[in-house]
Design a binder for this molecule. Structure first.
Ligand SMILES: [Zn+2]
Length: 264
């Protein structure tokens, strides 16, 4: 759901380094699009080099949720930023994509700027870091999975639970690495951590902040109950499942950084 991310100018892709194994040559045809089924293995517009990444991302999601992306969704691979921007404007009425936005995911759609175009058409990504690229793609496919469990599949009203939407994608994709956890810990120690859930997806440390918040939800509730929150559209629903007030949850989350081992 980078749709939401981008709208808030915070997208989940502003990451580190990404990829492209030299042969991660995604399809370069303009706005190639076609309905795709759960594991997008037979889509003609997906290049042979990109397909294994998508397959591995789908497997990661299945391992995390014990479930596959059940409903068909469109997959679009764009040769350049202009084409992706035109698509986002038409589909989601997004005015302009920041340079670091290279992918988007909602319940209906997975959109990707071809990794071989990142060097010239994006910032903040290295298409030679295959691990980061795979996690980035997985992140967006988690949004696809998540969107399909929401009444609002396109995340049009997801601002309140942005921390949960993004934190879930970060946690499930493997993006919650030690560096991001340290960034979150530093932010909290420096007094820059969010004081409200609605602010959980903000600031430079947002990956670590939102990711660790959802990690705590996962630890408290267990994976099965975490999955019941996919449909949640407000924080009251999530807090009711936790049996905690917002203050109690945030205090427990801050406390989790005080323990020596913060790594998962
Ligand atoms: Zn995201």
């Amino acid at each position: 759901m980078c749709r939401f991310d981008i709208a808030a100018a915070l997208c989940g892709i502003l990451i580190t380094t990404v990829v492209a194994s030299p042969n991660l040559a995604a399809d370069s045809r303009p706005a190639a699009s076609q309905p795709t089924n759960p594991a997008p293995t037979s889509a003609p517009a997906i290049s042979p080099d990109l397909k294994p990444l998508l397959d591995r991302a789908a497997r990661t999601i299945e391992q995390f949720f014990g479930d596959t992306i059940a409903q068909p969704y469109e997959t679009h691979v764009f040769a350049n930023r202009a084409e992706m921007s035109a698509f986002a404007a038409a589909k989601w009425k997004m005015s302009e994509l920041p340079c670091w936005a290279v992918a988007m995911g909602t319940g209906s759609t997975f959109a990707l700027l071809a990794p071989q175009s990142w060097a010239k058409d994006a910032c903040g990504h290295d298409a030679a870091d295959a691990v980061a690229a795979e996690r980035l793609i997985t992140h967006e496919l988690v949004h696809v999975y998540h969107g399909q469990h929401r009444a609002d599949a396109e995340f049009n009203q997801a601002d309140e639970v942005g921390w949960f939407v993004e934190g879930l994608a970060i946690l499930a994709s493997g993006q919650l690495d030690d560096q991001r956890i340290r960034q979150a810990a530093d932010a909290i120690r420096g007094g820059a951590g969010p004081k409200k859930l609605v602010d959980g997806w903000s600031g430079n440390a947002r990956y670590g902040l939102a990711g660790t918040m959802v990690r705590l939800v996962d630890q408290r509730l267990g994976r099965a109950k975490l999955k019941t929150l996919l449909a949640a559209s407000n924080n009251a629903t999530i807090l009711a499942a936790l049996g905690m007030t917002e203050e109690e949850f945030l205090a427990a989350w801050r406390q989790s950084f005080a323990q020596p081992a913060v790594a998962p």
